[in-house]
Design a protein around this ligand. Structure first.
Ligand SMILES: Nc1ncnc2c1ncn2[C@@H]1O[C@H](COP(=O)(O)OP(=O)(O)OP(=O)(O)O)[C@@H](O)[C@H]1O
Ligand SMILES: [Mg+2]
Length: 165
């Protein structure tokens, strides 16, 4: 799969799209999230957590002040990281680099573009844009390595581009 453009009409839809992606993702995938403040990145991670473990998102918080939060209850470990606070850092903490390189965990990073040089080969990049209507989000999913080949079919209800994907 290459690139998909989706429209999420509501918060619930964004969580559902994250959940569908979470179900498709193999262990060892790095998921890079980008988009401005309030675009929906943390809500989307709730969906991913739910895709790994149906009840798993209940306690999910934003890692802005903790750098990394890890969840062990699902089909594989989920690490949730935010690069926003690491913007000025000369290097990333070792535990975060280990999480990114792990082939057993899924590591999801908000504000991932800040440290693009640490992205591993196997990544999925998801960007969020706020549409004029404040509850609508345009979500672009790039999967250059074809990690989730069935994603277009699974996300059919939300895909606008490529048409008929
Ligand atoms: N379609 C939608 N998808 C996602 N969030 C939505 C949507 N419509 C409204 N919202 C609201 O937008 C906000 C998204 O907040 P969230 O914390 O996920 O943003 P974020 O991208 O993680 O921001 P930050 O960069 O500050 O971490 C929430 O308050 C949510 O209720
Ligand atoms: Mg956030």
């Amino acid at each position: 799969m290459g690139t998909l453009q989706l429209i999420s009409p509501s918060l619930e839809s964004t969580i559902q799209i994250g959940r569908i992606l979470g179900k498709c993702l193999p262990a060892g995938t790095f998921v890079a999230l980008d988009g401005i403040l309030g675009a929906g990145k943390t809500q989307f991670v709730k969906g991913i957590a739910c895709g790994l473990d149906e009840g798993g998102w209940a306690g999910l918080r934003s890692p802005t002040f903790t750098l990394m939060l890890s969840y062990h209850g699902g089909r594989c470990v989920l690490h949730h990281v935010d690069f926003y606070r690491l913007n000025e850092s000369p290097e990333l903490p070792g535990e975060i680099l280990e999480a990114i390189e792990s082939d057993r965990a899924i590591t999801v990073v908000e504000w991932a573009d800040i440290w693009r040089e640490v992205w591993p080969e196997h990544y999925v990049h998801v960007s969020f844009e706020i549409e004029d209507d404040t509850n609508k989000r345009r979500i672009t999913i790039e999967d250059p390595r074809g990690i989730c080949p069935d994603l277009a079919k699974e996300l059919d209800d939300y895909v606008i581009e490529p048409a008929g994907a």
